[in-house]
Design a protein around this ligand. Structure first.
Ligand code: PLP
Length: 376
């Protein structure tokens, strides 16, 4: 022992860490793929995962995809959306990119200060004769005001496509939150609550819509010699689907551990001046995918100073969603991207910090993070 005890060393902590089941549990799946030599194109694991996810999520029809972004692009194609689409600036950039890739103009509308989801009260004023759809995001997995959004969509004959990338397994009073709107799009990216390494899905209201989407994700092929649309390659491979089946067996436990961490943060950060924990929607309406706090002026440090302080201690919190989508060069010239059109989103982007939350995060690390936040 040296004279000075070494400082306790901690491993770096990231905002999330993908959940991986024990490797040996995956090997039998790989053996099956090696045996039957079906690697993709709607093979047996793909079919099983579609059914298993429908059961788990409580939806009737779902089409798997190679990732959530191609699923968003395809959802817009499936409903033949054109012109302008009303959406939120407070999201991951893929939401708006999916519109741009379809030659659709995004029209940004501000968010609600309580949920940071698209504010239904702001939507109507943004509707023009070119508007054909609304693309809201269930931000952090907290459900949008689906009833108010549907009412506007019905009044103006607009489609609704939910970017539900954060909303795996989230339910409301009537069932899965994914049943709302015309389509809902999931992401199974490595950083999401349920992952297939890369992956995604479109939740469809009926078998016919699913069939059209299945054609679109396979180049538009209906059979060997018939192509009915200029489709894309959006298929999920057998390896990803097999991993999804295994992951599904673990996901309830993973979410339960996230719930514990969420509860610990909420309890221990309650009453810290200037810190507001976002969205305690109740158990069913949450999957604990993120733990966003808003750092207000009464807090001792600015948001960026707190972010840096944590980083200096090896805790990599993330400022989702800063910068806003509307700050990026391909969107910032749009009239709807002006900051004075988006005061709530602009202020949220300046004050938000997502704290680490994932199943393997230890209670010691949670305490250390809480102590650092409290100690400012
Ligand atoms: C992750 C994410 C996407 C994109 O999903 P990928 O599977 O990574 O393509 C889209 N929208 C939101 C809100 C996301 O968080």
């Amino acid at each position: 022992m040296s004279e000075h005890d070494p400082k306790p060393q901690h491993k770096p902590v990231y905002v999330t860490q993908p959940y991986l089941p024990p490797l040996e549990e995956f090997l039998p799946y790989l053996e099956q793929i090696w045996d039957n030599k079906v690697l993709t194109n709607g093979g047996p694991f793909h079919q099983r995962l579609e059914r298993a996810l429908c059961d788990y999520l409580g939806v009737e029809h779902l089409a798997l995809f190679t990732n959530g972004t191609i699923a968003l692009v395809t959802a817009l194609q499936a409903l033949r959306v054109t012109g302008e689409v009303i959406t939120t600036p407070y999201s991951f950039v893929a939401t708006a990119h999916s519109l741009q890739w379809n030659g659709i103009k995004p029209v940004f509308v501000d968010v609600d200060p309580d949920t940071l989801n698209l504010d239904p009260a702001m939507i109507e004023a943004a509707i023009t004769p070119q508007t054909t759809a609304i693309m809201p995001v269930h931000c952090y997995g907290h459900p949008c005001d689906v009833a108010a959004i549907q009412k506007i969509a019905d009044n103006y004959n607009l489609k609704v496509i939910y970017d539900a990338a954060h909303a795996f397994g989230v339910r409301d009073g009537g069932g899965s939150v994914l049943r709302h709107g015309d389509l809902s799009v999931l992401s199974f990216h490595a950083t999401k609550v349920f992952n297939t390494f890369e992956g995604g899905a479109i939740v469809c209201p009926d078998a016919r819509t699913k069939q059209r989407i299945d054609h679109l994700k396979n180049f538009g092929f209906v059979d060997e010699v018939t192509v009915v649309a200029s489709g894309i390659n959006g298929k999920m491979s057998e390896i990803n689907a097999a991993f999804g089946l295994l992951q599904l067996e673990h996901v309830d436990r993973a979410i339960a551990r996230r719930r514990e961490i969420d509860a610990a943060y909420r309890e221990q950060l309650a009453g810290v001046p200037g810190i507001r924990c976002l969205g305690d929607a109740g158990e069913a309406a949450a999957n604990y995918s993120y733990f966003p706090i808003l750092v207000g002026p009464e807090y001792g440090l600015g948001r960026d100073a707190l972010y840096q302080k944590l980083k200096d201690q090896g805790i990599h919190a993330r400022r989702y969603f800063h910068p806003l989508i509307t700050e990026f060069p391909m969107y910032r010239g749009l009239p709807s991207a002006r900051r004075d059109n988006l005061p709530v989103a602009t202020s949220a982007a300046r004050s938000v910090l997502c704290l680490p939350i994932y199943p393997a995060l230890s209670s010691d690390d949670v305490e250390r993070i809480v102590a650092l936040v409290k100690g400012a």
